[in-house]
Design a protein around this ligand. Structure first.
Ligand SMILES: Nc1nc2c(c(=O)[nH]1)N[C@H]1C(S)=C(S)[C@@H](COP(=O)(O)OP(=O)(O)OC[C@H]3O[C@@H](n4cnc5c(=O)[nH]c(N)nc54)[C@H](O)[C@@H]3O)O[C@H]1N2
Ligand SMILES: Nc1nc2c(c(=O)[nH]1)N[C@H]1C(S)=C(S)[C@@H](COP(=O)(O)OP(=O)(O)OC[C@H]3O[C@@H](n4cnc5c(=O)[nH]c(N)nc54)[C@H](O)[C@@H]3O)O[C@H]1N2
Ligand code: SF4
Ligand SMILES: [Mo]
Length: 715
């Protein structure tokens, strides 16, 4: 049955290539010179308007991974004695196709699952979704964006009728008079964004940051609201109370452009300042100052990050801040409104083209008949043959090996064994699968558990499109040939579809041809890419969706005239504070929250391998306040064992005044014994199914002095 398909990417034709960084949603423009891994030089692209030449330390060092000695250059297949052994491509691909065919024959179509990624290009996300729905016909396909943008997406859809992270270009930040950043630390997570904050400051603007930690971003703020973890929703309602009380709301905007304010006004009456001060730990005077600055004449902007979003009330927390921006009449004006800072490289595009368990391309919904019909027509299949809505990311993983759960899984672009909440349990579930396949460039902690690992091309070796945090669709351009022995994700999907009897649905002459089919599939949808072509992206330095036709200019700024609900109005939502899935108590008295270092990226599978980055941050450090250190009888550089109801981890301590005394913080970039996610709580938001990465109750169970005679062991 198997035969080799021609590979989609043509050889590179030039030694200087404009493309984009492989990592985060800022998608900095880069210029690559050289045409092989050893000589490749990365520079910031001064012409690309988003980063204007700047890069962060991860972007500068990204080339090191291309020729890295750890890079997988051959497929690996689990041998008879349990070890992963090199194998040929036909053997490895046959192994996956045979396993999926057998599992589906024995246990039904639903027994196979797919797990995708916001790191994948639009073309890959689209084709993987098509493979799930047309070839495997399983409902169970989800992706790591569920862990990332799903709460912001849920809130945007509810309030505005559309989910585009920033409804305006990043450059709008510089135009805002007051900028309020809630639970994001972009000076570490999107560092070149600092230039837009600097311009805003030069223009006389102010910055307010809400974060339990005094981060580099918070340190540069005019006002830092050092709130209790999980209290964002109460904070938002409390700010709206003050706006109403002080008559700072925009009555004209509320009546002409929104629905639902009256019910919200009645609810927020309960959120009077003294109560909110007690719930959030933010003083009444700081609450009043925040509202007055936001309402002062001149445009104001509120941006959220993962802090308020990665909670079991993440959607409602974001809706709270949207309510506030609507009441103040901010959206739709240059330099003003609400936005959320997307995280992964293609976190935006990755959630538009059908990787989500409830979605089809173009942000269509898999449960809506008209949407099913449109996409089925493009794919040339019967709409009734498309599966229905499947399980969300954590639920999908949690069902692995369980009765009626997933028995065969393919993971493309996520290190779920490190990135998932309650990771100790997720690892056990992965081990209980009949069959696990992983496509990656590195044998990460998830690949170590796999039956087959397929080595893939990296960013500089392939073409495609990405959609950045502004909704700007940009080109990833090939700069060099890939090592022999690796394949692109697109070729892998096509080879598997071919083996499973669907070659004719996956015949594409190029990556661009995949994009052209994506354009048809998204035409008329919310995320309409129909008018975007590779040529246009090249000419225009990116095109903003929605862009329904070739003569449409694209849409850099949304909401100027109308919102995307049928009546053109935005919706207020009544929301009430509720406790987290788990609050500190006598047994587990401390808050534990998680986040990021500038030097490492997500599960660390890539950046832990870059010498300069792992040199700067070899291990995770547990950040805790000096008062707590005194209470525990520990000092900087000591070791502590932290325990939650789900697991325990030993951390080296970093005593710092930059955190609340009731809260511990650790980054999640490491696996094994350093894995923060052994502690986190998989309580899920009811709408977005986002896990509660930002809040677990923990206790310190042991402390140990450092042994200066032993060398420090890194992860
Ligand atoms: N260096 C680096 N950059 C990255 C990434 C990376 O791993 N490393 N990943 C990319 C991705 S995928 C993403 S999603 C983004 C994430 O970007 P951010 O949202 O900026 O990142 P986080 O560090 O997860 O969380 C932000 C802040 O939330 C705070 N926080 C914790 N609990 C709460 C709370 O209850 N309320 C509030 N208001 N704040 C709280 C934390 O202290 C932290 O400073 O970064 C992207 N960029
Ligand atoms: N405790 C805690 N946990 C968290 C978070 C948190 O704040 N706290 N944040 C969550 C968030 S926001 C996110 S986005 C997730 C991210 O966490 P993960 O989903 O693990 O994502 P990454 O570590 O970025 O990358 C995963 C793998 O994809 C591979 N990869 C990169 N590009 C490609 C590609 O094009 N094709 C293929 N096949 N592979 C590729 C990389 O080599 C890497 O091994 O973690 C989540 N987990
Ligand atoms: S900010 Fe993001 S896109 Fe830019 S260089 Fe750093 S990791 Fe890459
Ligand atoms: Mo993310």
């Amino acid at each position: 049955m198997s035969f080799a398909l021609p590979q989609l990417d043509a050889p590179p034709t030039t030694t200087s290539t404009r493309t984009h960084c492989p990592y985060c949603a800022f998608q900095c423009g880069t210029v690559l010179t050289g045409d092989n891994a050893l000589s490749l030089k990365i520079e910031g692209d001064a012409e690309f308007p988003v980063n204007a030449g700047r890069l962060c330390v991860k972007g500068w060092s990204a080339a090191e991974l291309l020729g890295h000695p750890d890079r997988l250059l051959k497929p690996l297949v689990r041998g008879a004695f349990g070890e992963l052994l090199p194998a040929s491509w036909p053997v490895a691909l046959d192994r996956i196709a045979d396993a999926f065919r057998r599992i589906q024959a024995e246990h039904g179509l639903d027994a196979v699952g797919l797990f995708g990624s916001g790191a994948l290009t639009n073309e890959k996300a689209y084709l993987l979704g098509k493979f799930a729905r047309v070839t495997l016909r399983t409902p169970h396909m989800d992706y790591n964006g569920r862990y990332c943008m799903s709460s912001a997406a849920g809130a945007g859809n509810k309030a505005f009728g559309i989910d585009r992270g920033l409804p305006f270009p990043v450059s709008d930040i510089a135009l805002s008079r007051t900028l309020f950043v809630v639970g994001s630390n972009p000076f570490d997570t999107l560092p070149p964004i600092a230039q837009w904050f600097e311009k805003q400051r030069t223009n006389g603007g102010r910055l307010i940051v809400a974060d339990p930690r005094r981060t580099p971003t918070a340190r540069s703020a005019d006002l830092h609201l050092q709130l209790t973890p999980g209290s964002d929703l109460a904070l938002a309602n409390g700010l709206l109370f003050i706006a109403i009380e002080e008559k700072l709301v925009d009555a004209e905007f509320i009546s002409s452009r929104t629905n639902g304010f009256d019910a919200v006004r009645r609810t927020v009456l309960q959120y009077y300042p003294a109560r909110v001060e007690q719930m959030t730990g933010v003083s009444e005077s700081a609450l009043r100052q925040t509202v007055r600055w936001l309402a002062e004449s001149g445009p104001s902007m509120i941006l959220t990050g993962r802090g308020p979003e990665q909670q079991s009330k993440g959607v409602d927390s974001v809706l709270g801040f949207i309510n506030l921006t609507l009441a103040l009449g901010l959206p739709g004006k240059p330099g003003a409104g609400f936005g959320t800072l997307t995280g992964q490289g293609n976190g935006q595009g990755g959630r538009e083209h059908g990787q989500k368990a409830d979605q089809l391309p173009g942000y269509r919904l898999i449960e809506v008949d008209a949407h099913r019909e449109h996409v089925a027509r493009v794919w040339g299949v019967d709409p009734a043959s498309l599966p229905r809505k499947g399980r969300s990311a954590y639920e999908l993983l949690d069902s692995c090996g369980q009765p009626n759960g997933i028995r065969g899984l393919l993971v493309m672009g996520s290190n779920v064994a490190v990135a998932s909440p309650h990771s100790g349990s997720v690892i056990e579930r992965l081990k209980s699968l009949d069959f696990l396949a992983v496509c990656d460039s590195f044998a990460n902690e998830t690949a170590e558990l796999a039956d087959v690992v397929l080595p893939v091309k990296q960013w500089a070796e392939e073409d495609g499109t990405m959609t950045n945090l502004e909704g700007r669709v940009i080109r990833r351009r090939k700069a060099m040939a890939s090592p022999p022995g690796v394949k692109s994700d697109l070729d892998i999907i096509r080879e598997l579809a071919n083996r499973l009897g669907h070659a004719e649905k996956f015949t594409f002459a190029s990556t661009e041809a995949v994009f052209d089919e994506l354009r048809l599939a998204t035409a008329g949808g919310t995320a309409d890419y129909a008018g975007i072509s590779y040529d246009r992206i090249d000419r225009e330095d990116g095109v903003f969706w929605p862009c329904p036709s070739e003569d449409h200019p694209g849409t850099p700024r949304l909401f100027g005239e109308r919102f995307h609900h049928a009546d053109g109005k935005a919706k207020f939502h009544v929301i009430e504070h509720r406790p987290a899935g788990e609050e500190p108590d006598a047994e587990f008295p401390l808050y534990f929250t998680t986040g990021r270092y500038q030097e490492h990226y997500n599960s660390g599978a890539q950046t832990r391998r870059v010498a300069k980055l792992s040199g700067a941050k070899p291990i995770p450090r547990l950040q805790l306040h000096p008062e707590l250190a005194t209470l525990l009888g520990i000092e900087n550089d000591w070791f502590v064992t932290v325990e939650s109801r789900r697991g325990r981890v030993e951390f080296k301590v970093e005593v710092s005044i930059g955190i609340r005394p009731d809260t511990l913080f650790a980054p999640f970039h490491w696996g094994g014994r350093h894995a923060a996610n052994l502690l986190t709580n998989p309580a899920l938001d009811p709408t977005s199914r986002m896990p509660e990465f930002k809040l677990a109750a923990v206790r310190v169970v042991a402390v140990r002095e450092p042994d200066f005679s032993a060398p420090e062991v890194s992860a």
